[in-house]
Design a protein around this ligand. Sequence first.
Ligand code: SAM
Length: 249
Amino acid sequence: MDRNADAPWSKFDPEAYVDLNYRTPLEVDLLIVRLMRDHFARCYAAGLPPSVRGVDVGAGANLYPALAMLPWCEKIVLLEYALPNIEYLERQLAPGGYDKEWDAFWEVLREHPAYQDTDPRSTFGDVVRVERADLLSLDGQRRWDIGTMFFVADSMSECPEEFRKGVRCFLEALNPGAPFAVAFMKESRGYQVGAHRYPAYRVDEKQVWENLEPFTGELEIHDLRHVVRKGHEGMLLALGRRNSAIAAP
Ligand SMILES: C[S@@+](CC[C@H](N)C(=O)[O-])C[C@H]1O[C@@H](n2cnc3c(N)ncnc32)[C@H](O)[C@@H]1O
């Protein structure tokens, strides 16, 4: 069984990954962006708390979770483990601004009035920072007021304990009431990026529910039956808010 530490993260090819997944926006990602956007806007409909700090865990070569948090946050941290992905994210923060393929996702976000006063390129450069971190070594301290984690806990290991720990470490890093969005490949049997193969844990809706529910005040799971490649059975999008419970060790 491939554990997280066994996979070739230092050889992850972000451009090949963007080619496969995001260069041409897929209908399912645009749907996810719409659902996440509406969830965040609903969570903050009664008003925005002061100085909201956001996190996207295992950001990899995907900017749309951070873009969805942009109007709400004073700061956003992109936590990532693989060095090539960190370099990719740093390039997106360079003065020229992020790559043009991310504009299609902003177009969907700005259909909502809450996003219309944000200039995405300049705000992204001002607000977003990249840090190297291992999800499985996060220390359980609550730091963030809003968070996203897309295709990470399920797409980094074949090991059930590491899947559960990944979900728990993410949710434990969020403050009470924090809105969150977490996405999973459903029943994934691993995935190829360029010349390398990466492990996955075969997760279904029941497991997502069981692992997230103890940490959440509100939770809804969208079963998106879009298949984007061989070896999985759709995607699961969990939208919710963190409760105030401290989980048992
Ligand atoms: C399938 S990719 C998902 C990337 C991106 N979030 C997306 O939505 O496309 C899995 C990501 O998890 C990252 N990752 C793997 N192990 C990790 C760990 N222990 N801590 C943090 N990130 C990790 C990988 O480097 C990669 O960026």
